[in-house]
Structure formats: structure tokens, C-alpha cells
Design a binder for this molecule. Structure first.
Ligand SMILES: C[S@@+](CC[C@H](N)C(=O)[O-])C[C@H]1O[C@@H](n2cnc3c(N)ncnc32)[C@H](O)[C@@H]1O
Length: 411
């Protein structure tokens, strides 16, 4: 019977049994049989296939609800900034799918408020296939497990103590509307709205390749033409296969549906890597061995600037893969090998920020700005960090500086 249940779950919610392991499904079936007081496997199968409610209970029992506030923090920084820079018709419509127990959707609301948006300027729909998760999200009382990492200053600004834990304040709660729905049944679950920003994080990993493709088609359907899609760290390869382009923001795992909007982060023309980034040969041996040119003649060894750029790209690559600690180590090694530069301090700040080390991150951004006072990304990130820490006037001063720098350079 387990094989048949697995197939039913794949057909219903896309779950690939191999991704969670057979034991999870076996245990869930065992628990549900006990709850229904059924001891015979065939009798349970008949009950399961004739009762929508029992199928929902089994779904509730097998899904992985793992989530927390500001999981992959850069995603939230990035989406608020994307919304500001690509503002079109208000309100901006955001969809958190799957929202699990609500932490992601409420984090979006907090990030949008921190990004300077007023309540009437954005709205968030949050959808999950688990009725149990949606009920928890609506109740909105959170314990320690929902607050992870060390950068938790948002707790003081946006939460109130209540019986059993902490609850987002009324302003945050009001921005989010929860619904039960299935990604594979988009129009029935979501209506006709086209979303400007869609978070589909840490769900695609539970599907097989064919269903990942189907999911991406559904997600594309739900997004506005120039919409932004955010996926989880392990899912970054998939949107590209469906014509999305990377928004090129380290650690945000963000993709644009079409090409005409601003991509924001480390792109040589627009932003940071101030060291010119030549096309590089990414094999590590290229750093030491003379290269052989097309004509077969040995080429001169890589110039120092190539090695610096290559090393910066390596830090970014590791950061983009979500390996925050390793990225910090590689950034520090870069500093030791090549000495201080605005770009390495900015990247170091970014990974420290993503790792929840706010004061170290602020120090690194400031070092970047000491070396390059108009470093656009360092200005933006430090401003966001200060705003999150409640230092509004410090943040405003940096935004003013950013505006002046942009006016001067005509960007
Ligand atoms: C690991 S949580 C991810 C939550 C959040 N997006 C995050 O990244 O923290 C996965 C959620 O996907 C939901 N889910 C699984 N299959 C789904 C489907 N077909 N449609 C909508 N939600 C689904 C589960 O109920 C679970 O709450």
C-alpha cells in the first residue's frame, strides 16, 4: 500500500517520496491509521481514497513545515529594494507560496515597512497546502524556533508578547491574507491576480524533475511579466531552465521573469566590483600555470588584477551558493593575500549580514565606504542595516549620500 500512497501524494501535492524518505511516509500512514482507528491497510486505503478530509490529514502529516523569520535574510532586503526601484502600479502584490506557518509572509511585511513602504502600498497573499500550517499562521503566536540566528533586532520593533509566545503587531498582521491552496492548482487556489513578487522557497526540492518543470510553469503563470521570483538556496538552478534571468543579488536566489527591469547587484556597469572584471578562466590552475593560447604559444601568467578579480568572483560564487561561513573565510583569505579594497569589504559585509552578524557587517560596510565613499552597494546595505537597527537618521544620511552620488554620476 505504501507505494500506492506515495503515488497518490505525488499526484496530489507533487511530493517525491525519495526527497523525504520512505520512513516519513510510513510513519505518517501509521499515525493516521491509529487516529482513524483502522488497523487494516486495505481498509485505510479505501478510506483515504474516498475521503478528501482524510487525504488532507495525510498531507498535513507528511509535509515538512520547517521555516523561520527572515530565513535567508538577503532575500528580504533584496525584494524590498526591488519593489522600491521597480515601483509601478500600487499596491505591490506579493505571494508567499508555500507560506508554511507564516513566518516568511510576515517577514516580507516587516521588510517592506523597513524599506519605507506604507501599509496601503503593498499586500501579501500567503498560501500553503497544509490546513494545519495555515491555521498556525493565522493564529500567529511564535516560539523560539521561529527566531534563529543572531540578528533578531526586528523582534523588538515588530512583536508583542502574548500568551504562549510572540505575535507580530497589528500593522504586520494586517498586511497578510492566508489561504489554503495547492501550487499545482494555481487558478483554483489563487484567482486571476498577477503577482509582482513571488516567493516559492524550499518547496521545489521536494519534487522530481518533471514536477519541478510543471511547478515552474505554474509559477510563471502567477507572475506579472516583469515579476520577481525568489527560490531557496538549493533551487537556484531551476528558474534559469525556464527562461528566468538572475537578478544577480548575492544570497537572495532571485530571478526576473523578463529582461527589461533593473537587475540590481554586482553587475560591473551598475554596481560594485570596482576592480575591472575581465573575462576569466575559472580553473584554479589558470592562476599559476602559463596559459596556452589558440596558436599554441605559451601566454604570459595572469596579471595581478586578473587574480584579484578572480578571487572576488570566487567569494561571490560561494556566497551565492549560500555557503555563508565559507564565503567569510575566503573573503578573509582574499584580504590577506591582496590587501584591503572596497569590494572585498563590501562582500565581507554582505556575507556577515546574511549570517546575522550585524555589527561586524556594519563595520565591513564602513570600511568599504572609507576606501570608496560612493560605493553604491555598500551605501545601500549599510543604510538598510541601520534602518533595521532603528537608526533612522543614520540610514537617511546614507540614502542622501547615495542620491547625491547617483545624481553626480547620472545613474
Ligand atoms: C519547508 S516549508 C517552506 C516554507 C517557506 N517557504 C520557507 O522557505 O521557509 C514547505 C511547505 O510547502 C508546503 N507544500 C508542500 N507541497 C505544496 C503544494 N503542492 N502547494 C503548496 N504548498 C505546498 C508544505 O505544507 C510546507 O509548509
Amino acid at each position: 500500500m505504501i507505494g500506492a500512497v506515495e503515488k497518490l501524494l505525488t499526484e496530489t501535492i507533487g511530493l517525491d517520496a525519495a526527497s523525504v524518505g520512505q520512513t516519513v511516509i510510513r510513519q505518517a500512514v501509521k499515525d493516521r491509521m491509529a487516529a482513524c482507528r483502522i488497523i487494516d491497510a486495505q481498509a485505510y486505503w479505501e478510506h483515504l481514497t474516498s475521503s478528501a478530509q482524510e487525504l488532507q490529514e495525510l498531507v498535513n502529516a507528511v509535509v515538512i513545515p520547517e521555516t523561520w523569520f527572515f530565513r535567508d535574510r538577503e532575500a528580504f532586503t533584496m525584494l524590498a529594494r526591488h519593489a522600491r526601484e521597480n515601483k509601478r502600479t500600487l499596491p505591490i502584490k506579493v505571494l508567499s507560496l508555500p507560506c508554511s506557518t507564516g513566518e516568511e509572509a510576515y517577514s516580507v511585511a516587516m521588510a517592506m515597512f523597513d524599506g519605507g513602504f506604507a501599509a496601503h502600498e503593498f499586500k501579501i497573499d500567503a498560501v500553503d497546502v497544509s490546513t494545519r500550517n495555515v491555521a498556525i499562521a493565522e493564529r500567529a503566536v511564535y516560539g523560539r524556533n521561529s527566531f534563529r540566528g543572531s540578528n533578531l533586532e526586528f523582534k523588538d520593533r515588530y512583536f508583542e508578547t502574548t500568551e504562549g509566545g510572540l505575535r507580530p503587531n497589528a500593522a504586520v498582521l494586517k498586511q497578510v491574507r492566508f489561504r489554503v491552496g495547492n501550487l499545482f492548482d494555481p487558478r483554483a487556489s489563487f484567482g486571476q491576480e498577477a503577482y509582482d513578487i513571488l516567493l516559492c522557497r524550499n518547496l521545489l526540492i521536494y519534487f522530481n524533475r518533471a514536477l519541478q518543470d510543471r511547478a515552474l510553469t505554474c509559477l510563471k503563470d502567477l507572475l506579472a511579466k516583469d515579476g520577481l521570483l525568489l527560490v531557496g538556496p538549493a533551487e537556484g538552478a531551476l528558474p534559469r531552465l525556464h527562461g528566468f534571468i538572475s537578478a544577480e543579488w548575492p544570497l537572495a536566489f532571485a530571478f526576473l521573469r523578463s529582461e527589461h527591469v533593473n537587475t540590481m547587484a554586482p553587475k560591473p556597469a551598475a554596481i560594485p566590483l570596482r576592480t575591472p572584471v575581465p573575462k576569466v578562466n575559472r580553473s584554479s590552475s589558470a592562476l599559476t600555470r602559463p596559459k596556452i593560447g589558440k596558436e599554441g604559444r605559451p601566454q604570459p601568467p595572469a596579471k595581478p588584477v586578473d587574480r584579484i578579480s578572480e578571487s572576488l568572483i570566487e567569494v561571490e560564487r560561494i556566497a551565492n551558493a549560500g555557503r555563508v561561513k565559507e564565503a567569510q573565510e575566503v573573503a578573509l583569505a582574499h584580504l590577506k593575500a591582496f590587501g584591503p579594497s572596497a569590494d572585498i569589504f563590501y562582500l565581507l559585509g554582505l556575507v556577515q549580514d546574511a549570517d546575522g552578524a550585524a555589527s561586524e557587517a556594519a563595520r565591513s560596510y564602513r570600511r568599504a565606504l572609507y576606501l570608496a565613499p560612493n560605493h553604491r552597494e555598500a551605501l545601500v546595505h549599510l543604510a538598510l542595516l541601520l534602518r533595521k537597527q532603528g537608526d533612522r537618521s543614520g540610514a537617511e544620511a546614507l540614502v542622501g549620500r547615495l542620491d547625491r552620488a547617483q545624481k553626480r554620476s547620472g545613474t
